[in-house]
Design a binder for this molecule. Structure first.
Ligand SMILES: CC(=O)N[C@H]1[C@@H](OP(=O)(O)OP(=O)(O)OC[C@H]2O[C@@H](n3ccc(=O)[nH]c3=O)[C@H](O)[C@@H]2O)O[C@H](CO)[C@@H](O)[C@@H]1O[C@H](C)C(=O)N[C@@H](C)C(=O)N[C@H](CCC(=O)O)C(=O)O
Ligand SMILES: Nc1ncnc2c1ncn2[C@@H]1O[C@H](COP(=O)(O)OP(=O)(O)OP(=O)(O)O)[C@@H](O)[C@H]1O
Length: 507
């Protein structure tokens, strides 16, 4: 892949992004170099450049010395929001580096999004699960020609997965991955779209064939994320104006806002809900089953999805996720058979994974790590196994999502009998202090609390306390194989493995 300087010049001028070119210490508006010169690589990391690379100077922690070192190593072209006094061949100065990076990247990789059916999930909770449901269904429908970019895992050939760095990659990485998916003959791409993706223009200019808005609840508010809930919700709903069709959950807070926005942009949509009989589609549990549900349409079943389905993931919220995926995949071309089979086979690492304690207690390993997900999870446990106690193992991340600590205290006060507070990606903070903050927010004296910072020990303690009818809920890390400690991804066995191996010793 290559891009000529002329093409870059046209793109930046058309978008009104170009401020000036810096060439031999003078500033120009017209390209001061031979027009046929080509950029052969793109990079935002000074450690990964060649002379023909266009280097994007961006980011909170960007330092001029990165650019200087890259130029010493031979780099000729840089693009940034401010000129630097460096000895480069050309500096391209723009008004918004992230928008410029998105536009240049999508063109450098030859607009791969136009060769794929692109599906984008947003929402506070359920993105990964709904993305997996969708992947399993579309795999049936497309014979494994579906790529996926999820928080945990990415696959660009539909089969082999690697660990993702971000929920939504930087635009440069996103288009590079899309291009690889296209060259692997993928026809569909499912991706999770985080609020940060819109805030930081990682998906600027990308149109989704289907966008899905799953839900919203306060989260991701803090110094490196969103200043307010308003900003968070606003960023999330930008998916709407960037989608050709939408799937909307009418149970979402202030749904009217989503509906009005979607309608004002003339974007066709389907709505769904677990409770609202006015939504286009709803679901109902079959005979109190934890796993079967029937889909009903309020008006006509224009998508032809009214049917009974089975899933492997417990929790009513997973039926919501499954219904969103059913509507989405039908819009994207899957038939009912593919939908039934795909849903029935979907398992998601670390989401509602079930283990049985030798004494009969039920153990759930789940990724719940914010207010709404923990509340849904513990509500499910109470309803599914009302006879026993609920023993919850949970921690809260350091450096971000600070409000979760009091949120967890509140949910634990309402819905658990035993709370074992532990470490969960403490980052630069002391995990014991974080646990104490959660503890201080537990205002129900009946909750039996313990702080055990070592996460494996916390899990073992919870399992050793469990009796026959109890539910042990291990919330937060699922199958994550690391803990973020002082900037380092420190190896961790994972919640599922920790529980599974301890249960083995009890047999
Ligand atoms: C606030 C935020 O989104 N930050 C992300 C962003 O950082 P940044 O652009 O500010 O860059 P930086 O890490 O400060 O570094 C500055 C620049 O110098 C470059 N550099 C650095 C060293 C060097 O020697 N040479 C060099 O060129 C780096 O490549 C980088 O481009 O770009 C980096 C990669 O380019 C990301 O790793 C980083 O994610 C941080 C770690 C993060 O945690 N982000 C979270 C908040 C996030 O985005 N989360 C959402 C999910 C939220 C959800 O669950 O809904 C996501 O989409 O993942
Ligand atoms: N629709 C939903 N509503 C509320 N909670 C949910 C829903 N779906 C899943 N959850 C809960 O949230 C947890 C995380 O689910 P999932 O990974 O699918 O969401 P996500 O949006 O990708 O989350 P994150 O942004 O934290 O990566 C699950 O383990 C479950 O406890």
């Amino acid at each position: 892949m290559t891009l000529t300087l002329t093409k870059i010049d046209n793109l930046l001028k058309e978008a009104g992004l170009l401020k000036e070119y810096v060439y031999k210490n003078n500033w120009y508006y017209n390209l001061p170099l031979p027009v046929e010169l080509e950029i052969k690589e793109l990079s935002y990391d000074s450690r990964k450049v060649t002379p023909d690379t266009l280097f994007f100077c961006k980011g909170l922690n960007f330092k001029e010395e990165y650019l200087e070192k890259a130029i010493e190593a031979g780099l000729e072209y840089y693009i940034s929001e401010t000129p630097y006094e460096v000895n480069s061949k050309l500096g391209i100065i723009v008004t918004d580096i992230r928008i410029a990076m998105a536009l240049i990247s999508m063109n450098f990789y030859d607009l791969p999004q136009e060769k794929l059916t692109v599906i984008g999930f947003t929402g506070t909770k359920g993105k990964t699960t709904a993305a997996y449901f969708t992947k399993f269904i579309l795999d049936e429908a497309t014979d494994n020609k579906t790529a996926m970019l999820s928080t945990m895992n990415t696959t660009l050939d539909g089969v082999n997965y690697f660990k993702s760095a971000l929920t939504t990659p930087e635009s440069l990485d996103l288009y590079k991955m899309m291009a690889e998916a296209v060259s692997n003959k993928m026809t569909h791409l499912i991706m999770e779209v985080s609020s940060q993706a819109y805030k930081l223009n990682r998906v600027y200019g990308l149109t989704f064939d289907v966008g899905i808005f799953l839900n919203i609840s306060p989260d991701h508010i803090g110094p490196i994320e969103h200043p307010t809930f308003d900003d968070y919700y606003y960023c999330k709903r930008r998916l709407i104006e960037n989608s050709k069709r939408m799937v909307l959950n009418t149970d979402t807070k202030d749904y009217i806002l989503l509906k009005e926005l979607t309608e004002s942009k003339n974007i066709p949509y389907y709505s769904y809900s677990s409770t609202d009989k006015e939504a286009d589609y709803t679901w109902e549990t079959v005979d109190n089953s934890l796993l079967d549900f029937t889909v009903h349409s309020t008006h006509e079943d224009s998508l032809d999805i009214n049917e009974t389905y089975t899933i492997k993931l417990m929790g009513d919220f997973n039926k919501d996720n499954a219904l969103a995926s059913l509507i989405t995949t039908k819009i994207a071309g899957a038939n009912k058979e593919a939908a039934k089979k795909g849903l029935a086979n979907t398992l998601v690492p670390g989401r509602m994974e079930h283990l049985k304690h030798p004494n009969g207690a039920n153990v759930f390993v789940d990724y719940a790590h914010n207010y709404s997900s923990l509340k849904n999870l513990l509500t499910f446990a109470k309803q599914a196994h009302p006879m026993g106690k609920i023993i919850t193992v949970i921690g809260s991340t350091g450096d971000k999502g600070i409000s979760r600590r009091t949120d967890f205290g509140q949910v634990l006060s309402e819905l658990t009998d035993v709370a074992i507070l532990t470490a969960d990606d403490p980052g630069s903070e002391n995990p014991k202090d974080i646990a104490m903050e959660i503890s201080a927010a537990i205002n129900n004296p009946k909750v039996n609390q313990k702080i055990i910072v070592d996460r494996v020990e916390a899990i073992q303690t919870a399992l050793s306390l469990a009796e026959k009818n109890d539910s042990v809920i291990i919330a937060g890390k699922g199958q994550d194989k690391y803990q973020k400690i002082k900037g380092v991804d420190t190896p961790y066995v994972g919640d599922y493995s920790a529980a599974e191996s301890y249960i083995e010793t009890l047999k």
